[in-house]
Ligand binder design. Structure first.
Ligand code: KIV
Length: 277
């Protein structure tokens, strides 16, 4: 079973860390075989629930999906996202909410978005025995502050702020930091500065690991094509073709065939109506 120590060891050994998101049991069983860690991301708001962004995701949504995923995990480290407003209303609330994701959901670590402004919350959660993963750069819960999905750290001031925040998060005790959509040379610099691993998404190949939203890399949404996503297959195409084939076979009575049906055991349908008197 992977733990936060696996992350530290991999960074020391210069071995890349691979992560994917998951939100349900069956997909988790498939993903768990190959990755180091699984994130139940609050991206479930868009992927599973059809919301426009992550700000509508609740603690109950997160716990519901973390529970399902935890039943499918055998070896990966399971990390759960703390949703919007679950760690902004005070330190006590933050610890209680992180505790709910672990105790009710079953994850082994939590992820929070932000830097200096949440360092005391992070320290308190870690003091309660819950490992924390940080998240800097484009932080989706602040979409309304950024004014849309935009790469961050492209100016000197914002790049400096991300470096400072990364150092503060490391000092606060996080075991890894997700760097989302920042310039690749900034991500490279931060990865070299920190002792803990960085996990990139849209931040170049020099991070210590990578994460993608599984449904994006499997090509499940034909309308979602951001620059940082590589589609390793085109599941929407495969699924569309399979569904059309099914509908066509139903129309022409090609499905179900005999091998998909059940026969009567030792009598014919007529026997029901012509019983011997
Ligand atoms: O919610 C999420 O899926 C994430 C990853 C994309 C890093 O935070």
């Amino acid at each position: 079973m992977n733990t936060v120590e696996t992350f530290t060891k991999k960074k020391s050994a210069k071995e890349k860390i691979s992560m994917l998101t998951s939100y349900d049991f069956l997909m988790t069983k498939l993903i768990d075989k190959s990755v180091d860690a699984i994130l139940v991301g609050d991206s479930l708001g868009m992927v599973m629930l059809g919301y426009e962004d992550t700000t509508r995701v609740s603690m109950e949504d997160m716990i519901h999906h973390i529970k399902a995923v935890s039943r499918g995990v055998e070896k990966s480290l399971l990390v759960g996202d703390m949703p919007f407003l679950s760690y902004h209303l005070g330190i006590k609330d933050s610890v209680l909410n992180a505790g709910r994701l672990v105790r009710e959901g079953g994850c082994k670590a939590v992820k929070l978005e932000g830097g200096e402004e949440i360092k005391e919350h992070i320290k308190a959660i870690i003091s309660a025995g819950i490992p924390v993963m940080g998240h800097l750069g484009y932080t989706p819960q602040s979409v309304n502050v950024f004014g849309g999905h935009k790469a961050q750290g492209r100016t000197i001031e914002t790049a400096k702020k991300i470096i400072e925040d990364a150092l503060i998060l490391e000092e606060s005790g996080v075991f890894a930091i997700v760097l989302e959509c920042i310039p690749y040379d900034l991500a490279d610099h931060i990865s070299k500065q920190l002792k803990i691993p960085t996990i990139g998404i849209g931040s170049g190949s020099k991070c210590d690991g990578q994460i993608l939203v599984t449904h994006d890399m499997l090509g499940l949404d034909e309308d979602f094509n951001p620059r940082h996503v590589k589609k390793y297959t085109n599941l929407s195409d495969i699924i569309n073709k399979a569904i059309l084939k099914y509908v066509n076979e139903v129309k022409h009575e090609d499905f179900p065939k005999e091998q998909n049906s059940y026969a009567m055991d030792g009598f014919n349908i007529e026997d029901l109506f012509y019983e011997e008197s």
